[in-house]
Design a protein around this ligand. Structure first.
Ligand code: ADP
Length: 570
């Protein structure tokens, strides 16, 4: 056999068209001698197709190289088919170590030996173990941290032929920003939660005993069946006074904390100045009478003027400043309330007193919470929170508060507010006076109320309240389980539940009642010391007919029981 040779020839035809031929030449025996035989095969189509393929491959490579991230492709057996430069750079493989045909597991081994990834972080106990356990047949997205702190996001897709296309992106910046954000958010949330939990538990803890103190003093003071003698009345009024002071302290601290936590809402409106001032004066008048201080105000000057603010909050500030002017006055002194415009859009309410004044070196402490500037030893009642709270409140309404004072001569406090539409029509003042207790509770016959409460003082208080309503029988239980069985046998018209109970709590008890065929329709009211708005909200959502908070208002509870007694006849 002779050797044969193959050549590829470019043939340019007479028509000028280029064609390709494959020439195969070899010696042959021919007519007793030797000859060269050449066979020409037209392979133009094949060559063009190959060229086309080559061009496509170049396009593809260029496209892959120009991707904004790394790309690697594995075949169905897990061997590297192709990858771009960004891939090896991003992952830190040096040029020669990564070659097509390499198996994925070899790549992982390489990464492990070169310590390319941070082995342990918030996502992985051991990133290499994760990569080994990685299921090759699935689409996936994951992120790895490189040893130098960079983060790479990996997006892997299995395509129909079983190959795997894997994208790699540097996401260090996003990751850091995210981490910072998460950290800050987490910290803020924890702090906020701790604060509101503290507030809620504090308010609960303090209000529960306050309920008993204030409730029993109210009962004693208003008891018509066995009225107290004068001395007893005086004592009881001391208890009530101390209780009121405590409650004020609790409420002020809660108020202050709520504003600081950004949870206090203000309801801006146009407020008639004269109403505001008259209400505040009348609410301060018993104190001024007690201290024999004249309260003077030229109300005519203020009529027809409206200011912007939350009525209740403005009144709260005014009363606080007024009561200070009365408290820190001298015997037979006076307080003058005046008004002066500061600009076209704002005015100041001035409260001038003839009192002890504030020494200059203490001026910067006046609006600090709990700072009483020596008044704590004077026997003058106070908490030291009033002005701190007032300042926070007025600032919420875009106003200001300040003062001038000379020790021994007196002080002038001012409250600056925005003027509302000055030309508006005057509106009649609406006086809201609280009606006293009804002397004789209306009779409601055959009504049974079940009260579940574990605190014995509160229980006694409720027993006293109910005993003063004719025709109402009170059943009591100190835990929900007993309460439930009482409810089953007696079918009360109304159930009043404390929320924090030993064992089953108020919410669980409510659920149990709703699931009992004979009780499902019975109105259930919560009576809890949890007075935070979220808890009241939660209670209403849970299906309580009403949610009363402690300290209880005796009249409110009476009205409640009566309303259910009248509507709930069985
Ligand atoms: P308090 O509950 O003690 O009255 P405030 O926050 O209302 O608390 O006031 C803080 C302190 O400022 C008071 O304890 C008192 O020493 C001083 N102060 C406030 N108003 C006056 C005033 N009109 N005259 C003198 N001192 C005052």
């Amino acid at each position: 056999h002779e050797r044969r040779k193959q050549h590829r020839l470019r043939v340019i035809g007479q028509d000028g068209i280029t064609r390709w031929a494959e020439a195969t030449s070899g010696w042959i025996h021919w007519e007793g001698g030797k000859a060269i035989q050449t066979i020409l095969l037209d392979i133009t189509d094949q060559v063009t197709a190959q060229d086309e393929l080559e061009r496509n491959r170049e396009h593809l490579t260029a496209a892959i190289e120009s991707l904004p991230g790394g790309l690697v492709m594995y075949n169905r057996d897990g061997q590297v088919v192709l990858f771009n430069t960004q891939y090896s750079q991003l992952m830190g493989y040096s040029g020669e170590t990564l070659t097509p045909g390499m198996h994925r597991s070899e790549l992982h081994k390489l990464a492990r030996s070169q310590r390319l990834f941070r082995e342990k972080n918030e996502l992985y106990e051991n990133v290499y173990d994760y990569l080994d356990s990685y299921r090759y047949r699935e689409n996936s997205v994951y992120e790895v941290e490189m040893a130098d702190g960079r983060w790479v996001r990996c997006v892997d897709r299995v395509i129909p032929n079983g190959s795997r296309v894997c994208l790699r992106m540097d996401v260090t910046r996003e990751r850091l920003a995210q981490r910072e954000l998460r950290l800050a958010k987490g910290q803020a949330e924890t702090a906020n939660r701790a604060k509101s939990e503290f507030l809620s538990s504090m308010s609960h803890e303090l209000r529960t005993p306050m309920n008993a103190i204030l409730g029993f003093s109210q009962l004693l003071e208003t008891d018509t069946e066995a009225p107290l003698n004068d001395e007893q009345l005086r004592f009881v009024s001391q208890i009530a006074k101390a209780g009121d002071h405590l409650l004020k302290l609790i409420n002020q601290v809660l108020d202050l904390a709520k504003i600081e936590a950004g949870k206090s809402e203000i309801d801006m409106a146009d407020v008639h100045l004269i109403d505001l001032i008259q209400e505040s004066i009348s609410l301060s008048s018993s104190l001024s009478k007690q201290m024999n201080i004249d309260l003077l105000c030229d109300t005519k000057k203020m009529s027809g003027i409206f200011v912007r603010g939350d009525t209740n909050r403005l009144r709260q500030i005014l009363i606080n400043v007024l009561s200070n002017a009365i408290k820190y006055n001298r015997p037979d002194g006076s307080v003058i309330i005046d008004m002066e415009p500061v600009s076209l859009t704002s005015l100041r309410i001035l409260i001038r007193d003839t009192g002890i004044g504030i020494p200059a070196d203490k001026h910067d402490k006046v609006f600090e919470a709990f700072a009483r500037l020596g008044a704590e030893n004077s026997g003058i009642e106070g908490t030291g929170i009033g002005l701190a709270l007032s300042r926070k409140l007025i600032e919420q309404m875009d106003g200001q508060i300040g003062f001038d004072s000379v020790a021994g001569e007196g002080s002038t406090f001012w409250i600056q507010v925005q003027i509302a539409d000055v030309t508006r029509m005057m509106q009649p003042a609406s006086a809201t006076t609280e009606a006293g207790f009804p002397d004789l509770p209306t009779a409601a016959t055959g009504t049974t109320v079940l009260y579940v409460e574990d605190n014995s003082a509160n229980m006694m208080l409720m027993e006293e309240v109910v005993s003063r309503i004719n025709g109402v029988t009170l059943l009591t239980a100190t835990n929900a389980e007993t309460g439930l069985s009482l409810a089953r046998t007696h079918k009360p018209n109304l159930i009043i539940l404390d929320i924090n109970l030993p064992g089953m709590d108020g919410y669980e008890a409510l659920k149990a009642i709703r699931n009992e065929p004979g009780l499902a329709e019975t109105p259930v009211v919560a009576l809890s010391a949890d007075a935070m708005p979220q808890q009241v909200e939660r209670g209403k959502k849970a299906g309580f007919h009403d949610y009363l908070t402690k300290p209880i208002n005796i009249r409110e509870v009476r009205n409640l029981i009566q309303s259910y007694a009248e509507s709930g006849e069985r």
